[in-house]
Design a binder for this molecule. Sequence first.
Ligand code: FAD
Length: 202
Amino acid sequence: MQCYNASCATPTTGTAPQTFASALQFFAAAQCLITEGSIPNSNVYNYAIFDFIIVGAGTAGSVLANRLSKVPDWNILLIEAGDDAPIESDIPGLYPSLFGSRFDWKYLTAYNGITNGANINGTINWPRGKMMGGCSNINAMIYVRGNDQDYQNWYNAGNTEWSVEDGFRISSYWYKNPYQSSKYDSFQNNEWLFRKNGVATM
Ligand SMILES: Cc1cc2nc3c(=O)[nH]c(=O)nc-3n(C[C@H](O)[C@H](O)[C@H](O)COP(=O)(O)OP(=O)(O)OC[C@H]3O[C@@H](n4cnc5c(N)ncnc54)[C@H](O)[C@@H]3O)c2cc1C
């Protein structure tokens, strides 16, 4: 271990600053002791047979795999192009540090001759998560419930399964999202908005 070797105004044998430096290093390393990878076993054997193959372990793909795995007889393969998500993805406010990293697909928008004219080549970064959890691990963590009118519009366009009128089907999916913050207890206890112990953590 390398120790911080700044000259001290106070006389010291070096033991105290070395102890403090060791303690700081220990706490910095502690995150590695208390976290574990999200992929317990990613070995896929030759000629394995699957009932479902889901490409992309992002926001939707992960939940889909979770739901399908509730049927014990089904064998599900979930394929992800990226790696485990980094710890920064769990810390609100640090998501921009993932932009341009190996956890980002690093897309650029195409120049259309109208927008982003002030930028080099008329394009801007278009971050997309390339990791377990996909964009849910690079996003700003703002939770927005869908607008009823949008669902109604889809219903009016002929998609009868999106009915807000009968309410139950759409609501039953929202209820699977538990809002896990005591600060929002008034929302959490609102049975129409949220229920508890669902599959996705908010
Ligand atoms: C910067 C940013 C901020 C955002 N902020 C918010 C917010 O605050 N609140 C909010 O509600 N929404 C936010 N969003 C939007 C939201 O995160 C996304 O709409 C949502 O996560 C998309 O989910 P998805 O399942 O469609 O795709 P993704 O979560 O992107 O999943 C797609 C997955 O497929 C993988 N993949 C792609 N191609 C392949 C391949 N060929 N083989 C294997 N794997 C592949 C990708 O690596 C990725 O993991 C934000 C998005 C971004 C980018």
